[in-house]
Design a binder for this molecule. Structure first.
Ligand SMILES: NC(=O)c1ccc[n+]([C@@H]2O[C@H](COP(=O)([O-])OP(=O)(O)OC[C@H]3O[C@@H](n4cnc5c(N)ncnc54)[C@H](OP(=O)(O)O)[C@@H]3O)[C@@H](O)[C@H]2O)c1
Length: 394
């Protein structure tokens, strides 16, 4: 049995910890060699010790001293800052898991694409911001891209060895989030603590807010477009509160195949980390359809959830619009969590930034430098609009 080495980017986050569970369940198949986090030195040091990693890196340079102190005596090499993160990515690994939150993960994800390597991608923002560049780079260097996002993982598994030309369309399911059955007036008053209550998953704050606004599903449509090479009109969304069916592939001949599993990121993580062989699952990850509440499906409501409509428009527009949408959304989500804007201010700010940019018709970034420049510019614009006040909570 081959022991595969794993580099884990975003190790201390929700996806990162799911990956650690899968590795712990399969010690004869997988070993974590390198862990990377953002700024929490204590959490990263504890995880590095627990997983037996040999190298730990934090993105935040100012946390380097705290990381050194927390790892003293462990023999685990460590560093902090952009250089340390890139060093971590460059270290030998069979599999790199990209689970940093947001566009902050773009550079490390791109750098992780190396010949013969597998990249398990949870950081959907990389494909949203630079889908063409990431896919082209993966192909050029011979890296294998495996979707870790549960919907894309299910679609990837359902597709199996079929060519994409056999596919008529793909459907991604969405829980509908905590506001699925709320009226528009109720959603307008939603507070951060209410938006942070996802019905099925315990996730990082950014993706949880995106699930409440349904922007997350919009970002996932864009992710799917690049991952599978489909046209925007071949992709759609169904709200499915139980989140047992994660994705549906409709083939040209009318056959429809569903990818199913309990809503638990360890399932998709186990599939990615298994590469060409199935791994053992922690025991809670099986379900009995006969005991399951009836599976329900409904169309998304684009009026109550305008963020999804904005993402669909960016998907259709292409070029730099998805990257601009993503940057504006990251600024808007942070502002909502900080109490600076109300919940409807999120799509309103995204709409304002996207509308301004639409007339410029910027083309898709050809590389990471261009993607980062577009991202920074859109953030600046979003911040400026935010400070002018129209979106502020009164
Ligand atoms: N959670 C899920 O179930 C789920 C499902 C599908 C896809 N995803 C995607 O997976 C990604 C991670 O989501 P999450 O929920 O796991 O997020 P999370 O819980 O917020 O964790 C984010 C991780 O990234 C680290 N990080 C933040 N900024 C960083 C930077 N600049 N450089 C390096 N590391 C950085 C954080 O470390 P610190 O805490 O130290 O900052 C943490 O380890 C997102 O792209 C999300 O859309 C998540």
């Amino acid at each position: 049995m081959t022991l595969r080495s794993v580099t884990l980017l975003g190790a201390t986050g929700s996806v990162g910890r799911s990956v650690c569970d899968v590795v712990a369940e399969n010690p004869e198949r997988l070993a974590i060699e390198t862990v990377v986090g953002g700024r929490d030195a204590a959490a990263l040091a504890a995880l590095a010790r627990q997983t037996g990693a040999r190298f730990a890196a934090l993105a935040d340079e100012t946390a380097g001293e705290a990381l050194r102190a927390a790892l003293a005596g462990s023999g685990i090499a460590n560093g902090a800052g952009r250089g340390a993160v890139l060093e971590a990515v460059a270290r030998p690994a069979d599999i790199v898991v990209s689970a940093i939150s947001g566009a902050a993960g773009l550079e490390a994800t791109f750098a992780a694409l190396a010949p013969g390597r597998a990249l398990a991608l949870a950081n959907k923002e990389s494909l949203v911001c630079a889908g063409e560049a990431v896919m082209a780079r993966a192909q050029a260097v011979g890296a294998r891209l495996l979707p870790l996002d549960s919907e894309h993982n299910a679609l990837h598994q359902v597709l199996g060895g079929e060519p994409i030309s056999a596919v008529r369309g793909m459907t991604l399911t969405a829980s509908g989030g905590p506001f699925r059955s709320w009226s528009a007036a109720e959603i307008a008053e939603a507070r951060p603590e209410q938006a942070l209550k996802h019905p099925n998953y315990a996730m990082g704050a950014k993706i949880t807010i995106d699930s409440a606004s349904m922007m997350n599903k919009g970002l996932e449509l864009i992710e799917a477009r690049f991952l599978f090479g489909l046209r925007p009109d071949q992709l759609d969304v169904l709200v499915h509160p139980q989140q047992i069916v994660h994705g549906l592939v409709t083939f040209r001949d009318g056959s429809v195949s569903a990818g199913m599993a309990v809503p638990d990121m360890r399932v998709a993580a186990a599939h990615c980390l298994g590469l060409d062989g199935r791994l053992d699952a922690p025991p809670t990850r099986f379900f009995d359809l006969a005991l399951q509440e009836p599976l329900a499906f409904e169309r998304p409501d684009l009026v109550r959830f305008p963020a999804l409509a904005l993402a669909m428009a960016a998907l259709a527009a292409g070029g730099a619009q998805p990257a601009i949408l993503n940057a504006a959304n990251e600024v808007a989500v942070a502002a909502f969590l900080a109490g600076r804007i109300a919940f409807p201010g999120i799509p309103a700010l995204v709409d304002a930034v996207c509308a301004e940019a639409a007339s410029a018709r910027w083309s898709a970034p050809r590389d990471i430098a261009e993607a980062l420049a577009i991202d920074h510019d859109a953030r600046r614009r979003a911040a400026a609009l935010l400070s002018q006040g129209p979106f502020a909570v009164t």
